[in-house]
Design a protein. Sequence first.
Length: 333
Amino acid sequence: MFKISRSNVYLTTIIITIIIAILLIHLFLIGSVKASLNLTIKTDKQSYLGEEIVQISGNLTINGSPLTDSLIAIQVNYPSGKLFLIRTLQIGSGGENHELEILEVFSCNRYGEPKNSFKPGETAYLKIVWRNNSNSSKTFVLTYYIQYEDGTPMLACPSLSGTVDPNTTNTNMIGVPISSNAPEGNVVAYINLYSKLPETYGKPYCPEKNATFTISSTSSSSTEEISNQLQSSTDSFTLTFKAPRKPVGGNYTVYATAFYEGGLAFATLEFELKLLGDLNGDNMIDAKDIGIVCKAYMSRPGDSNWNPDADFNGDQIVDMKDVGTVCSRYMDP
């Protein structure tokens, strides 16, 4: 009979232990590489004036290679922390088999009947049909973002949040108040579903849906297609919008998230919006600002009274054009 010595058993045990350890280390390293999801974002400038175009761009990579089929959530907050803008950028098809999905969005009256023209001061309504395609309950945040025809943000809000039952279709209506001094023209509403807001590391569930309606003092109901200010390629994405004529001055915070194969990537940055003509930074244009620009009147670089902030058009002289910029916005509502 063949006998196995204790030394052989001991040696075999050591070898098996080493093999198992190597396999575990290998699996750990594979998992670490797989989780190497990287999201980067940037703005084309650090500081913007009212009515300038703001551009946010970036790319999403895994193990250093660009992802060509994903979703990126972009949230921008006012200096106060209030929601200013929220969108979902789509690279490629944005993936398939979405857990939650927006099926339909259209503008309507308070009874849910289609309507695409609203007067300043009225409330527009949006009817949203969406579905939980998964076999489990999901936490969600439903958001809307409204943008004027020229690309200026109008309103952004997390409209609804909670937990949705599995395999259910839901219909919700949200009211969108329209300011009495809102500019007339076409506007577009972007609807999104997230697990949480991007600022709290929430992921986008699906591509966004949008609906266009008109703000008009007449009964006209015609709408035209509006550019969504989104661009994407196989290795980058870009979101643009127009800063308001009179922005709330200060630092705006951008939050971006992306989710891919169990990994979550997060990025954040800040940019500044300045009120054109606000020379003392008090977020209003008054006699103090007129006094500052007048003090620098007809000055050039090198002069004792030269103030580069008062040279609004960048022509290296503070002249009547610059004085006119401040005066035209004096006490502008």
